[in-house]
Design a protein around this ligand. Structure first.
Ligand code: BES
Ligand code: ZN
Ligand code: ZN
Length: 489
């Protein structure tokens, strides 16, 4: 990970490759926040801002040769939008600048940080923007994340905890991005389980892996059915952070389809290209548990990674097969492409056996999520209180989660002629129907279901601290929720 530190040194004297300052949009035009620069240089930059093309809009990033009196080589102006006190605007502005500076060895970030929340936001944005995925390129000039970021703050000592939290958070988000970006020939269920073990080393998180045999004998019919079309068998991985005398017990269940071809209900080729990202929920669960452990949160957090590869073959499940989920409920599989709910059902039942206070599942579950909310806004549904808790946590964390209903009348469409429930129902409101399917396996435990189908994988271009490809969405929201459960007293 990029080296992230804070400094209270005067920004102009910092010997770095690039010094980042902000610009805001005002009714009178762009305004450069150049207090960090010597007065003459600040005045000049401010008066030239429109001519230089600076707008102050989010993702508007410009570089200039540093003026006299500035030790850095270049000055970078990053847009903060119209409200520089908004934490997410700072996160995005810092992230966009650091992301754009990929390949630069040392960067200092001098943005307006009047509050603790602002300090945290700039630290987080800087760390999240410092990401590059270079696993598969043989180009000697590989993309490289910024080497070191110094964030300028009023009191470096007072910011120590915030630095630590930002590092931990970014380490988890980067892990999720790496796992999502990994090619599905490299990241199959067994490999994912191995990656979880590796990542957990030294964190105090206990990793337990159930392989295909254990899943069959344990009655995990959803994981077995979805995984049986692939030569690479399914896994259920339990990752547990168990502090002594926990203030709460949180269970997290993640969809981990390492590749979703659709199975016998095969997807058309264009719908398949992003389907290496169908394990983003499980990756987010892993990232959250590791972050909770590294921060030593006083909350027991158990993650369940439901891993399988959904492939068509002579051994694959067929549309109209009837399977039995752990715990005994039967499902008629009418469409093998609605596989996420089958593996999650097993995971939810397993999670509930341990009696958590609350259970949350995270999944790239439906194309309908993208139809409803687009590529940047995730959906959350479930028990009213937990759903609202997720929305509130997301707001504090700077992620977009929107509350969605679970209309009881849609449940009828999941009726099966032969089994307890079918795995597909009414097409309209497909995201809600998927949520209602999961609800059948949850019982009375407070629960929320997070559908991150669109936001998990950025298929367009980078923005703010968000790169192309895996985004790491949901880690920040889930960590925030776990932290707040620890503070409930
Ligand atoms: N993994 C997909 C959902 C998805 C689609 C995620 C696009 C990200 C981007 C899921 O397994 C799926 O195929 N769902 C079907 C369900 C349908 C058959 C009821 C869908 O959404 O079309
Ligand atoms: Zn599918
Ligand atoms: Zn899927």
């Amino acid at each position: 990970m990029t080296d992230l530190t804070v400094t209270s040194t005067s920004p102009a004297s910092l010997d770095v490759d690039a010094l980042v300052v902000g610009a805001v949009r005002t009714e009178l035009g762009p305004r450069v926040l150049a207090d960090a620069l010597p007065a003459a240089a600040a005045t000049r930059l401010a008066s030239l801002a429109p001519a230089l093309g600076i707008t102050g809009a989010p993702d508007d990033v410009h570089r200039f040769p540093a003026p006299d009196g500035v030790a850095a080589r270049v000055v970078v102006v990053t847009g903060l939008g119209s409200d520089p006190d908004d934490a997410e605007a700072l996160r995005r502005g810092a992230g966009a600048a650091v992301r754009t500076l990929a390949g630069t060895a040392s960067v200092a970030v001098a943005l307006p940080v009047a509050s603790d929340a602002a300090v945290s936001a700039v630290l987080e944005g800087s760390a999240l923007g410092a990401y590059a995925f270079d696993r598969y390129t043989t180009d000697p000039e590989k993309p490289a994340a910024v080497g070191a970021v110094q964030v300028v703050v009023p009191d470096a000592k007072a910011a120590r905890d915030a630095v630590e939290r930002a590092r931990v958070l970014a380490t988890s988000v980067h892990l999720v991005r790496d796992l999502v970006n990994a090619a599905p020939n490299d990241l199959y269920p067994e490999a994912f389980a191995g990656a979880a073990k590796d990542a957990a080393k030294g964190t105090g998180v206990k990793v337990t892996v159930l392989d295909d045999k254990a899943l069959a004998s344990g009655g995990y019919g959803g994981l077995v059915a979805v995984g049986q079309g692939s030569v690479r068998g399914p896994r259920l991985v339990k990752v547990a952070w168990s502090p002594s005398k926990p203030a709460a017990k949180v269970a997290l269940v993640g969809k981990g389809i390492t590749f979703d071809s659709g199975g016998i209900s095969l997807k058309p080729p264009t719908s398949m290209v992003a389907m290496k990202s169908d394990m983003a929920g499980a990756a987010a669960v892993l990232g959250t548990v590791l972050a909770a452990a590294r921060l030593k949160l006083p909350v027991a957090v158990t993650g369940w990674l439901c891993l399988a590869e959904n492939m068509p073959s002579g051994t694959a499940q067929r549309p109209s097969d009837v399977i039995t989920i752990r715990g005994g409920k039967t499902v008629e599989v009418l469409n093998t492409d609605a596989e996420g709910r089958l593996v999650l059902a097993d995971g939810l039942v397993a999670a509930l056996e341990e009696g958590p206070d609350v259970v949350l599942d995270v999944a790239t579950l439906t194309g309908a999520q993208m139809v409803a909310l687009g590529a940047r806004v995730s959906a959350v549904m479930g028990s009213d209180d937990v759903r609202d808790e997720v929305v509130a946590a997301a707001g504090r964390a700077g992620e977009q989660f929107w509350p969605m209903p679970l209309p009881a009348e849609l449940r009828e469409s999941l009726a099966s002629k032969v089994a307890d429930i079918a795995n597909i129902g009414e097409r309209h409101g497909g995201m809600l129907v998927a949520g209602l399917f999961l609800k059948d396996f949850v019982g009375q435990t407070p629960w929320a279901h997070l559908d991150i189908a669109g936001p998990a994988f950025n298929e367009s271009s980078a923005f703010g601290y968000t790169p192309v490809g895996g985004t790491g969405v949901a880690v920040r929201t889930l960590l925030e929720l776990v932290e707040s459960r620890g503070n409930r007293g």
